[in-house]
Ligand binder design. Structure first.
Ligand code: GSH
Length: 214
């Protein structure tokens, strides 16, 4: 079987979603590093894999995909018999899907903005916009209040088992744990327990090692 390829960057949170999924599924893959600083994601040949010019893109034989969450749904279904079960059937999957959508539409837009302001801008020597941070922190607090209530009913966001719904939160949570936003997670007991649980998963720790070894 041809090795799957992820065209991405190890410090890209969207690419990390796919790496984490592949590690959970215990699948081999080749990382094709895209030099984003050089703008390689906006040029050929990468642009032929994702016309939107964003990492990651993915290849499995003759199948080419982009959008990290769609890539992970493909991997989880196509390799259902490998590694951790990350998707389910019927009603159980319907609830997982709800929380996957919540991640994409409620959590990620706020979390990504906070990651940009508090983690990425300082690295690039840019000035953090305190007003944006204040506004997004307030919004994040509201989202996490809903998570806290949800996690009072089930161990994981999608139900009693770890699924893609939880996995997709990992990259931004990891980044935000190194910022002042950590207190918003720590102050909510169920959210805090979930974070500690999923951040300690062997597949996620393997990804951290991937970054250190780079
Ligand atoms: N919804 C996309 C988002 C991809 C995305 O935003 N990738 C970022 C890196 S984490 C990127 O390529 N940014 C460069 C750009 O947007 O020009 C996904 O989940 O794959």
């Amino acid at each position: 079987m041809a090795t799957m390829k992820v065209h991405g960057a190890i410090y890209s949170t969207a690419s990390q979603k796919v790496f984490a999924c592949l590690y959970e599924k215990e699948l081999n893959f080749e990382l094709v590093s895209i030099d984003m600083r050089a703008g390689a994601h906006k040029k050929k040949p990468f642009i032929s894999l994702n016309p939107f010019g964003q990492v990651p893109a993915f290849e499995d034989g003759d199948l080419t995909l982009f959008e990290s969450r769609a890539i992970n749904l493909y991997i989880a279904h196509a390799y259902a018999d490998k590694g951790t079960q990350l998707v389910y059937d019927g009603k159980k999957m319907a609830t997982v899907s709800v929380w996957m959508q919540v991640e994409g539409h409620q959590f990620d837009p706020v979390a990504s903005k906070l990651v940009w302001e508090l983690s990425v801008k300082p690295i690039l020597g840019m000035t953090t916009d305190a007003a944006v941070v204040e506004q997004k922190e307030a919004k994040m607090g509201q989202v996490l209040d809903i998570y806290e209530a949800r996690l009072g009913q089930s161990k994981y966001l999608g139900g009693d088992d770890f699924t893609l719904a939880d996995l997709h939160h990992l990259p931004c949570i990891q980044m935000l744990m190194g910022t002042q936003v950590k207190r918003l997670f720590d102050s909510r007991p169920h959210v805090s327990t979930l974070c500690a649980d999923i951040l300690a998963r062997p597949a996620w720790l393997k990804l951290a090692a991937m970054q250190v070894n780079k």
